[in-house]
Design a binder for this molecule. Structure first.
Ligand SMILES: Cc1ncc(COP(=O)(O)O)c(C=O)c1O
Length: 396
């Protein structure tokens, strides 16, 4: 039966390619390759927190939660921000629960960005940012973090601000580069935000996954920034529950209200039985993400040593997150996407090309040649993957 000619994706989404993570995970499943592509752990978070969901399911917490989230989770988020960062938040007006950080980003774009507003955004970026900015009618003004160090060029940052700029969209610790923005970099962003009266939207989902010698500084803690910063985080990365899709936003009431204004028409409310369990995770298991970070640091080192042995050294040592980056031009490839598509056959391993995370991957210093490896996998998976890489012919 021929489909209606009207059965097509609206233009506001049609030119946005499908997310590369899903494509590469499907490739891993199809080829039986080891998946160092998509950033999800292959071990679950604390069993006590899983038990808390089971209790919630069995005790009748199965109907719609309040739109802003269950009170105990909003309180737990506020307490978490106070305990870790000395940020004071009213859980009733300054915290809202979202369906993952992804909905937090989407609702922030839809609830805050006017058509034509310019948004200064770090690239490479998490791919939902440009997609949702486009849907909202905003205009991305990318500031490129360049290999090998992936730092903010402060002159470029200042030059990206125009009279139409209203927002800065940050992500630290940063996916895919593993950069943790320094206090100095954040102070420069803060100074610019204050000078130009910009709102900062900051995605801090990897806030606890930071390695020795580095510190996560929430930009909301800098002087003058709490009143102009919307912070987004989620349980997924900190507690290895990426499939739960429970996130939250926090900040001044007007920014949180704008997110809720959009969220109510997107999902209305997020998974009711998961929310009390996430409150248990935040309230009672602070040591869990800290232990995860220590463990991930060892897995980072295992992966990076293996990549170097396979002729694909990480361009820099990741400071946080789950991710390391290699430059495949060292093996003669001029395109990371072609490399990643060949990799399952060549070596039985999947990685993710970074080029889709740039507005212009061929621009000087951008990421045509870069690929991302995830080290949030069990040690034997990482060891097997790097052994396969070392034993394969990976030259172009
Ligand atoms: C920077 C960044 N933000 C947000 C997300 C998604 O978070 P959630 O699963 O809570 O929607 C990810 C997941 O990979 C991410 O890397």
């Amino acid at each position: 039966m021929p489909e209606s000619s009207r059965a097509r994706t609206a233009t506001r989404l049609a030119d946005i390619p499908p997310t590369i993570f899903a494509e590469m995970s499907a490739l891993a499943v199809r080829t039986g390759a080891l998946n160092l592509g998509q950033g999800f752990p292959d071990a679950d978070g604390p069993p006590e927190v899983v038990a808390a969901v089971e209790r919630a399911l069995a005790s009748g917490r199965n109907q719609y939660a309040p739109g802003r989230g269950v009170p105990e989770l909003r309180r737990a988020v506020a307490a978490h921000q106070q305990r870790h960062y000395a940020l004071e938040l009213d859980p009733d007006t300054q915290v809202a629960v979202t369906t993952g950080a992804t909905e937090g980003v989407a609702a922030a774009m839809l609830g805050l960005v006017e058509p034509g507003d310019e948004v200064v955004v770090l690239e490479p970026w998490y791919d939902s940012y440009p997609a949702m900015l486009q849907v909202a009618g905003g205009v991305a003004r990318p500031v490129t973090l360049r290999a090998p160090d992936f730092r903010i060029d402060l002159d470029e940052l200042r030059a990206a601000v125009t009279p139409r700029t209203r927002f800065v969209l940050l992500n630290s610790p940063h996916n895919p580069t593993g950069t943790v923005l320094t206090r100095t970099e954040l102070e420069a962003v803060a100074a610019l935000a204050i000078e130009h009266d910009l709102v900062v939207i900051t995605d801090e989902v990897y806030e606890h996954l930071v390695f020795t010698g580095h510190e996560h500084v929430p930009i909301a803690t800098l002087p003058g920034m709490a009143q102009r910063t919307l912070t987004i985080s989620s349980v997924g990365k900190s507690f290895s529950f990426t499939g739960w899709k429970v996130g939250w936003v926090s900040g001044p009431p007007a920014l949180v209200d704008a997110v809720v204004a959009a969220k109510q028409w997107l999902t209305f409310t997020s998974g009711a039985p998961l929310q009390p369990a996430v409150a248990v995770a935040l309230d009672e298991h602070d040591d869990w993400p800290a232990a995860l970070a220590r463990d991930l640091q060892e897995r980072r080192d295992l992966l990076c040593a293996g990549l170097a042995a396979a002729g694909l050294p990480a361009v820099s040592l990741p400071q946080g997150t789950y991710f390391a980056t290699s430059d495949v031009s060292t093996l003669g490839w001029d395109d990371g996407d072609a490399f990643c598509r060949a990799l399952p056959d060549r070596a039985g391993v999947v990685a993710v090309p970074t080029q889709g995370f740039y507005a212009a991957p061929d621009a000087p210093g951008a990421g045509r040649h870069l690929v991302r490896w995830a080290f949030c996998k069990q040690r034997d998976v990482i060891s097997a993957a790097v052994e396969r890489l070392a034993g394969a012919d990976l030259t172009a």
